[in-house]
Design a protein around this ligand. Sequence first.
Ligand code: AMP
Ligand code: MG
Length: 352
Amino acid sequence: METRVVKAYGDEEKDRELMLEAGRIIREGGLVAMPTETVYGLAGDALNKESSKKIYAAKGRPSDNPLIVHIADMEALSKIVSEIPEKARALAEKYWPGPLTMVLKKSDIVPYETTGGLETVAVRMPLNEIAREFIRASGGYIAAPSANKSGRPSCTTAEHVLKDLNGEIELIIDGGAVGIGLESTIVDMTGEIPCLLRPGYINPKMLEEVLGRIEIDPSIGGVMDAKAHPKAPGMKYKHYAPKGELYIVEGSSENVIRKINMLVREHEEKNEKVAVIASDETKDLYKCGIIKDVGSRMDEETIAHNLFAVLREMDELEVSTIYTEAFDTPRMGMAIMNRLIRAAGHKIVKCE
Ligand code: AMP
Ligand code: MG
């Protein structure tokens, strides 16, 4: 199969044609990659079990790891869930359309192939206009996990998607680079107290403003307990990992810089190719290795936006080891560190 990449911005007439075509592919049971404000998604018809099976196959994703269903309006929500708790309605009112996914009890029309065998369904209404147009053109219910091969960093550009899924899907809608760059916040709304399953742009404080007290799945806290059993099935799998061995180095800035410089020197003495993920503030303080700057610590949205692209770049550079600073930034630090810790397979070097 040939995978076409088509730009979806600028020309109104062409964009309309593209949406019609993309919608037709989905209605016929095919797969299309779509831009959203978080990361690119690999889209299929959420109500067609054969489409969901195709998504798992294209991604190489374990079939017990459920897909998020993307909708374009509240009417669609009432069709795919069996009840909408008051708190879920309030959260939708505040943060939809946007980078928030809610887990709710599924209705009968959602096949178990889409929910990984669960009685619940994860639902999101994206903010990205192209995504919403495409969802409408496709019939209203799009199952879309992140458009990367299972285990790889998520895709924040159409080029990343092509690299992972060339020949496996019909079409990539190129909406340019995504805005946020980390996947949506996931909140389980099926229990008495809402529970955060995956941190994202919408942080715990923003959720509490609407919901009052929330629980936080212990597997996602700042420094994750490797043994905790996550409630979102996907969170138990190794994810986001570059091919080189990634280590997070934690401690005071001064100690981290000294430690990384020492470790990199040791590798270079053995003729190994090593990279360092640093910030604007620290990049000039590293003396050896390939230095990649993810952005300023004063601008955490840029760090989030660049993170997956930098992890992917590590593969292009063919480095065998990567050391990264920790980014416990105030607003998005939980989400950034959650991705980094999983990418590193929990390998953390502490240097207090
Ligand atoms: P991705 O599609 O790559 O963004 O991953 C989707 C995430 O949502 C995975 O971690 C899934 O395990 C999680 N998820 C999807 N549906 C559910 C559900 N019904 N209950 C709990 N977690 C879910
Ligand atoms: Mg993913």
